[in-house]
Structure formats: structure tokens, C-alpha cells
Design a protein around this ligand. Structure first.
Ligand code: FE2
Length: 271
């Protein structure tokens, strides 16, 4: 089973870039499923129905969430619509709209996709991701490992977090119980992709699908101004060439554990 998983997709340029490369990439990798982190899919922050629909039309099957899940008013309707394949972080506290995990049908297989968010260096006070995922994995497990729980063919965790230590710790905590723990949020791809001792794939951060000549996807000039003046200066999404960062994950059909994790990095100019 092959899965393409991309990091934070940033704004219209990110959406267009993914639409451009995805048909060929899907053919090339013979992937069964495509997932992307949607934290910055609309205008560089948050969710809109139009942006989500555009990404789905491009060939993406599901979007995971992040800290900007509720930034735009329109996001509530997007997250409440059960027909839209969009998650918000599962460990978001309180009674918030949307869902944090989903069982995705993939041919005859069933894949559990979970969106989690970290707590280190995050402004909000999220619930403990370690405890939340532990409780969820009492209800679902990889086939062959079930102990009174529902069996699935793969378990994919998007861990939207800032600190590499928190991401690595969660990956080792879940090693052998899930197919992969994939970090998102920093927009910077890390070169530490590996298969852990128990068979789960891990990477600290997938990196973004967004403008290359930018500060994490945002217009560099305004971000520099922010640092120089210590004022909150509004910034938009940068323009120009786009970097596409993600991974191609190969999973064992029988165990659902990882066989291979390979980084994808492409830079394309849409002009
Ligand atoms: Fe984020």
C-alpha cells in the first residue's frame, strides 16, 4: 500500500502547485491515497470550502488540521460538513465542531487517519496528545494486533507540532502500534525520515507546499519588518516558485507497518 502525504499546503500557489504535479506523481508512485495538511490551505491560514474543494479536485483524498483550524469563520461549516474530507486536531479541547479522526476506505482496506496537535511552544492550551491517542488506540488497532478493538489496515498520525522533541517522543511512544507518525506545522522539511525499531515510519516534519522565496510561505519583507519593529504587521502569502515537500510511504499489506519512507521535494515555477 502506497500513500503520498504532504505537509502544510500554503494558499492558492500551494494548491495550484499540487494540482500541477499530482497526476504525474500519483502515476509514478502508484499511490493508493493522498493526504495533505490543510492548516494553511486558504489564504495561508485556515480553511474555506472553496480552497478545500480545489485541493480535492487536484486529487487529494483527505486534509488534516492544525492550530489555524478555527481562524476563519467559514471553517466551522467546512468542519461540520460530514461530506468534506477534513479533520481538525483530535486533542483540541472543549466542544468544538468537526472531527479529529476518520476511517478512510481505500479499495478493500480501511485506514485510520488521526490529526493531533502538539503542546510545546503552542499558544493554545491543547489536551495531552499522548493520552488522547492512547485512548483512541484502545478502540482501533492494526490488524493482527487487535485486543478486543476494531482492526484497521493502517493507522496514520499527522502530528502538527513545533518541537522536534515532542514529535520524536510521540513517534517512539506509538512505535509498532501505528503505521506512521508524520510531523507538520514548521513548514521546514527535516532529513530524519526513518522506520523505528517497532516498524512505524517517522519524520519530524514533512515541510510545506508553498512559496520558496518566503519566510515559511509568508512574504519575507513583512516578516523582516516584524522582527525589526516588534509590531504585528499583517503579512500575505509570498509569490513565485513553489516548493512541494512530502513523503511517499510504503506499508506492508499484512501488518500495516512501514516498509519504506521516502522524501519528496520538488520546486516548480507556475509562471
Ligand atoms: Fe500550523
Amino acid at each position: 500500500m502506497k500513500i503520498l502525504f504532504f505537509g502544510d499546503i500554503v494558499g492558492q500557489l500551494g494548491r495550484q502547485a499540487l494540482a500541477k504535479i499530482l497526476p504525474e506523481l500519483k502515476k509514478e508512485t502508484r499511490s493508493d491515497l493522498v493526504i495533505v495538511n490543510g492548516d494553511n490551505v486558504a489564504h495561508g491560514q485556515g480553511l474555506t470550502q472553496r480552497a478545500v474543494q480545489e485541493v480535492i479536485s487536484a486529487g487529494v483524498d483527505f486534509l488534516t488540521g492544525g492550530d489555524h483550524a478555527f481562524v476563519l469563520k467559514e471553517a466551522i461549516a467546512v468542519l461540520e460538513a460530514k461530506t468534506l474530507p477534513v479533520l481538525r486536531p483530535y486533542n483540541w479541547p472543549g466542544m468544538v465542531p468537526g472531527r479529529g479522526f476518520e476511517i478512510i476506505p481505500c479499495g478493500a482496506r480501511r485506514i485510520l487517519l488521526v490529526s493531533l496537535i502538539g503542546r510545546v511552544f503552542m499558544r493554545q492550551d491543547f489536551d495531552d496528545p499522548f493520552q488522547k491517542i492512547s485512548a483512541l488506540l484502545e478502540d482501533y488497532s492494526l490488524k493482527g494486533q487487535e485486543q478486543g478493538s476494531e482492526a484497521v489496515d493502517a493507522i496514520l498520525i499527522d502530528f502538527h507540532a513545533e518541537a522536534t522533541s515532542e514529535k520524536a517522543a510521540l513517534a517512539w511512544f506509538l512505535d509498532g502500534k501505528v503505521s506512521a507518525v508524520l510531523g507538520t506545522h514548521t513548514h521546514v522539511p527535516t532529513a530524519d525520515e526513518k522506520i523505528l525499531l517497532g516498524g512505524s515510519a517517522f519524520i519530524s516534519d514533512l515541510g510545506m507546499v508553498g512559496p520558496v522565496n518566503s519566510v515559511l510561505g509568508a512574504e519575507k519583507e513583512n516578516v523582516i519588518k516584524r522582527f525589526l519593529t516588534q509590531r504585528m504587521i499583517k503579512n500575505g502569502v509570498a509569490t513565485g516558485a513553489v516548493e512541494i515537500n512530502g513523503i511517499c510511504l510504503t506499508l506492508d499489506e499484512r501488518s500495516g507497518l512501514a516498509q519504506n519512507i521516502e522524501r519528496i521535494r520538488k520546486i516548480i515555477d507556475l509562471e
